[in-house]
Ligand binder design. Structure first.
Ligand code: SF4
Length: 234
């Protein structure tokens, strides 16, 4: 497999051509949210879609305008507020436990102190919470703290396996570890957003539209070998 900066830049160029929203004007690119908001929103997004997790987050904030309010609330009240996001009982327990621990350890219900920590310290601290794995921690580090961490979700894992960027049987955690080392830091944000969109719109789970795929020439995996060979000959 071709590798290195040029290879990733080539994929990114194609993704940008295919999706002009990437790059300069992409809203998320410059977003620097509150890190605790980002952590709670990412926990709520586990095992559900963005719409449901967004609604659950907004209901939670409406019911508890500050994270201190949520910390003092009962688990059942949090559970009720986030029900729309699924796994409400489990997520409510995790959220309450996270808020209490942050308060105990830092004296306030805020993760702003992470802004002054190294990226390794940020990842280590976030992953020390129950229910926070590498993907959730990397989402907070990337979107709220602007660190070049590469979260691998289900779309990115699928597309990366098909492209041959990672092994076909690699887990999301292994893929994240491997891609984190390979993708140049300045490309991480757009690469992340671009592959997710590509997985949603083109490289879908059951029926990828390979004939219209902007990444055909990069796709060398066995399931599409015949198609890729044809594409290369034409
Ligand atoms: S050619 Fe097909 S399998 Fe390969 S990245 Fe494109 S849509 Fe996915």
């Amino acid at each position: 497999m071709e590798s290195g900066r040029e290879y990733f830049a080539g994929i990114l160029d194609e993704l940008r051509r295919d999706n002009p929203a990437l790059g300069e004007g992409f809203l998320l690119r410059e977003s620097r949210g509150d890190p605790l908001d980002s952590l709670i929103l990412t926990i709520l997004s586990q095992a559900t879609n963005d719409r449901n997790s967004g609604r659950a987050f907004r209901r939670l904030r409406n019911k508890f305008p500050t994270w201190e309010d949520a910390m003092h609330a009962s688990e059942s009240a949090i559970e009720d507020a986030i029900r729309e996001g699924g796994l409400a009982k489990q997520k409510a327990a995790r959220i309450k436990s996270i808020l209490r621990r942050i308060n105990e350890e830092t004296g306030s219900v805020s993760l702003d102190f992470l802004k002054d920590r190294s990226t390794n310290e940020v990842m280590e601290y976030l992953m020390s919470f129950d229910g926070v794995g590498p993907k959730t921690a990397a989402c907070v580090a990337l979107f709220a703290l602007g660190r070049p961490e590469f979260p691998v979700d289900t779309h990115i894992l699928r597309v990366s396996r098909r492209l041959g960027l990672v092994g076909e049987k690699d887990t999301a955690e292994k893929a994240q570890e491997s891609l984190q080392k390979k993708i140049p830091p300045e490309m991480i944000m757009d690469f992340h957003l671009g592959l997710i969109e590509h997985g949603r719109r083109t490289c879908r789970p059951g029926n990828p539209t390979c004939s219209h795929c902007c990444l055909r020439r990069f796709c060398k995996k066995s399931g599409l070998k015949d198609f890729t060979l044809q594409a290369e000959k034409s």
